[in-house]
Ligand binder design. Sequence first.
Ligand SMILES: Nc1ncnc2c1ncn2[C@@H]1O[C@H](COP(=O)(O)OP(=O)(O)OP(=O)(O)O)[C@@H](O)[C@H]1O
Ligand SMILES: [Mg+2]
Length: 302
Amino acid sequence: MKLVFLLGKGGVGKTTISAAIARKYSEKYKTLAVSLDPAHNLGDVFEKNLGTKPKKIDENLFASEIDLDDAVKDYIDDLQRTLRHAYRYLTVINLEKYFDVLKNYPGVEESALLEKVRSIVEKEDYDVIVFDTPPTGLTIRILIMTKMTLIWLKELIGIRRKILDRRSAIEKIQGEICVVIDGEKFDIPASEENDAVIKEMLEYQREMENFVSKLRNRSLTKFIAVLNPEQLPYLETKRIMENLDKIDIELSSLVINKYEDNEISRKIAEEFSRLSIYRVPRLDETRGLKALDEIAGLIGDI
Ligand SMILES: Nc1ncnc2c1ncn2[C@@H]1O[C@H](COP(=O)(O)OP(=O)(O)OP(=O)(O)O)[C@@H](O)[C@H]1O
Ligand SMILES: [Mg+2]
């Protein structure tokens, strides 16, 4: 399976180019184009109404648009299920009010989109998945979230192990530990084998490490920046590279969209000479499969 992520400043042509790349791959592979941008227009480019469920566009070509509110709802529901399972005694405490507030908590959208991407990558049955991403800031935050999550998990697992050690010491002295809430008795685990919380964290750590190693594997995942031959998109692309570098991800290629031979185009070619650079000129028509085929022809086997 191959993953392709398109990054770039607003309006440079990410959606158009990601649709064309998906079209190109679909010549040989079963391909899914996914829009993660809350302001979707992938459907406009394919001239089809899209939703969360992949819709067939043509032979081997499918597309979907992820609804951010749905993603947040699924994320919170999942979190609620996991917590209920791990901390059984919390079910008697009123959790609902916490989850209600959590929906608006900073970082929840990033986490929700990250989990959506992970579930698409793990569950969907395609040879190639092309992601049209939200504006750069949000995309970079989602990617950085993978690294932050791993740092946090490592710390939390360490703390949990210490807690279990202490509990085990207490258990040796006074026997089995339990709490009684509203007359109901709950056992408190004192070993890793019996602790659902640490099992959950170790499992999540394994899954996240697996996902991050996929993102960093250059033969599996491509990060492509789209820009226009203008000053601001050029500066944004430099920032994207610096930020990706912080999480050990490398850009693999660059698409200069609405290309013209000007000073900035030459500067881009010089500065990013170690990347593959593709050029797509300003076209009259950029919507529909016929137009996408033309762009696909220009970018070749990106
Ligand atoms: N090569 C091109 N020639 C002419 N017009 C183009 C070209 N590429 C994109 N466009 C047009 O530029 C506009 C922005 O393109 P697009 O929606 O693909 O960009 P985007 O980066 O996804 O934008 P956003 O950040 O808003 O999601 C659209 O109207 C699109 O039709
Ligand atoms: Mg777009």
